[in-house]
Design a protein around this ligand. Structure first.
Ligand code: KMH
Ligand code: ZN
Length: 273
């Protein structure tokens, strides 16, 4: 099997220190958390950023401060940093996409509108085309976030329109309230829609993170864990760091006979030049 790419989603836009005091907010906290996850075996850092009071922001300047802090903490080329262009529900598309101007190696491209708890997370096809074009201009590899099967169909529309010319890497997010629920059956169904040559990772929300991750390890998929998706290590026990969740995936994957990709190996798998 291909080596396992572990993405650490260390911060998110919704979870707060009230939910888990270990959620990082400041650039210093985020850089330290990114380093812990990288040292534990994560090759991609999925990045949201916050104002110092913890409110989510898509400010390009704040992203730059956080990315610089991560790069300063980790010697060498370090992890693939994958900023979010999803941001938080309700943000304007102009603010969401601005981070791509920093030319990160990857960024998320959310592939369709979905219910998101009580809210609606808006990603219509014109917005997707606009984001995909901007990523082409800045040579950024999109991570195709799909919350339900129709989102994969949307990505394939963009592929046909030549707006996703590079390697296709899908992130199957299951268990967001109001969107497709998390089950192995739904994961299988989504995976079967993914075209040959593409890769995929799974992000199970809450208690679904671990079982879906273990299934992905055995299915030649990849895994995302971290506070954005899940704040617990086990029932009722808060995780001390997203790195604790990464460490467990490393342990389980090795037990299952699958080695962990370094950041350089992840770049090769994802065809990031
Ligand atoms: N915070 C969610 C509304 C992404 O990073 O692209 C969207 C999200 C997806 O987290
Ligand atoms: Zn995100």
């Amino acid at each position: 099997m291909e080596k396992l790419i572990i993405t650490a989603a260390i911060c998110g836009a919704e979870v707060t220190k009230k939910d888990n005091p270990n959620v990082p907010y400041t650039a210093e906290e985020i850089a330290a958390e990114a380093k812990r996850c990288y040292d534990a075996g994560a090759s991609i850092i999925h990045l949201h950023v916050r104002n110092d009071d913890g409110t989510p922001t898509q400010s390009k300047e704040v992203f730059k401060k956080n990315i610089d802090a991560i790069r300063a903490k980790i010697p060498g080329k370090g992890p693939i940093i994958q900023p979010s262009t999803g941001g938080a529900v309700g943000m304007k598309w102009q603010e969401r996409i601005a981070v791509v101007e920093l030319n990160p190696e990857m960024a998320t491209l959310d592939c369709g509108t979905t219910n998101f708890g009580d809210d609606i997370f808006v990603n219509d096809l014109p917005l997707m085309r606009n984001f995909a074009k901007t990523m082409i201009e800045h040579k950024v590899l999109p991570e195709l976030e799909c919350f339900e099967p129709g989102h994969i169909a949307n990505a394939l529309i963009l592929r046909k329109e030549n707006l996703l010319p590079g390697h296709m890497h899908f992130d199957i997010v299951l268990g967001v309230q109001g969107s497709l629920n998390a089950s192995v059956k739904n994961l299988l169904f989504m995976v079967e829609l993914i075209p040959p040559g593409a890769t995929w990772t799974v992000a199970g929300i809450g208690r679904h993170e671990l079982p879906l991750a273990v299934n992905a390890i055995t299915m030649d998929g990849h895994v995302r864990v971290g506070f954005e998706d899940n704040i617990f290590y086990s029932k009722g026990v808060l995780a001390t760091s997203s790195a604790q969740l990464v460490e467990r995936i490393v342990k389980l994957s090795k037990e299952l006979g699958r080695d962990i990709a370094t950041a350089e190996e992840a770049r090769a798998i994802l065809e990031i030049k």
